[in-house]
Design a protein. Structure first.
Length: 197
C-alpha cells in the first residue's frame, strides 16, 4: 500500500470507524493483542491500527468463516459527543472573550464572571481527583481553589468583606475627587457616580 492509499484508509477509519474482528481462531492471533495493562486490543482490518474494543456495536457474522467472528465498528470520534464538546468549547471561548472585554473595561460584572468561570471547573477537577489522584492534579486543583478565593476576597464579591458597598467606599476613597473632598473636610462617600452631592 502506498502513502496515498494509507492516508485514504486512515481517513476512512477516522470518518466511519475501525473495522475490528474478534475471532476465537488461533490463526487470527495476528489481529489480536493486548496493551500494557493486559486488556485485549484488536487490529483494524482496514488500517492495521491496534485499538481497544470499548463500547462497540458488535454484529455477529456467520457463514463466511469457519469460526465465529464478531465484526465491530468503532468510531474514532463519536459524532454526538464531539458536537457537544465542540459547542461547549465555543461557548466557553465566547465567555472568555466577554470576560476579557469586561475586565479590560473595568466592569464589576466581569469580576463576578471571572470568579464563576474559574470556579466552574472545580467540580470536574474534584471528580477527576477522586477517581485518578495524582500530585500534579492535586497541585492544579489547589492553585485553582486559591485563585477563586483570591478573586472573591480581593474583589469583595458575593458579600465577602462588606461586599459591593465596601468596594464602592474603597474606590471613592482612592479617587482624586475623594482626596479633594478630604482636604475640604468632607467625606469622599458623598460621591455618587460623576456628581458631587
Amino acid at each position: 500500500m502506498d502513502r496515498r492509499e494509507q492516508l485514504w484508509v486512515l481517513r476512512r477509519c477516522g470518518r466511519k470507524g475501525h473495522q475490528l474482528a474478534w475471532m476465537s481462531d488461533p490463526v487470527a492471533g495476528q489481529f489480536q493483542g493486548s496493551d500494557s495493562a493486559g486488556d485485549p486490543v484488536l487490529r483494524c482490518l482496514r488500517c492495521s491500527t491496534f485499538t481497544a474494543p470499548d463500547a462497540l456495536s458488535v454484529a455477529a457474522v456467520s457463514g463466511q468463516f469457519d469460526h465465529p467472528v464478531a465484526i465491530a465498528e468503532l468510531p474514532l470520534v463519536l459524532r454526538g459527543t464531539s458536537i457537544i464538546v465542540g459547542g461547549a468549547l465555543i461557548i466557553y471561548g465566547f465567555v472568555q472573550l466577554v470576560e476579557a472585554a469586561g475586565l479590560w473595561g473595568g466592569h464589576r460584572w466581569a469580576e463576578y464572571l471571572a470568579a464563576i468561570a474559574t470556579a466552574a471547573f472545580l467540580p470536574l477537577e474534584i471528580f477527576e481527583m477522586s477517581h485518578h489522584p495524582t500530585v500534579l492534579k492535586g497541585v492544579t486543583m489547589t492553585i485553582n481553589i486559591a485563585i477563586v478565593i483570591y478573586i472573591v476576597y480581593k474583589g469583595r464579591l458575593f458579600g465577602v468583606r462588606g461586599g459591593h458597598a465596601k468596594y464602592l467606599a474603597e474606590i471613592r476613597e482612592a479617587t482624586l475627587v475623594g482626596e479633594v473632598l478630604r482636604k475640604v473636610e468632607r467625606s469622599p462617600q458623598e460621591q455618587t457616580g460623576h456628581v458631587l452631592v
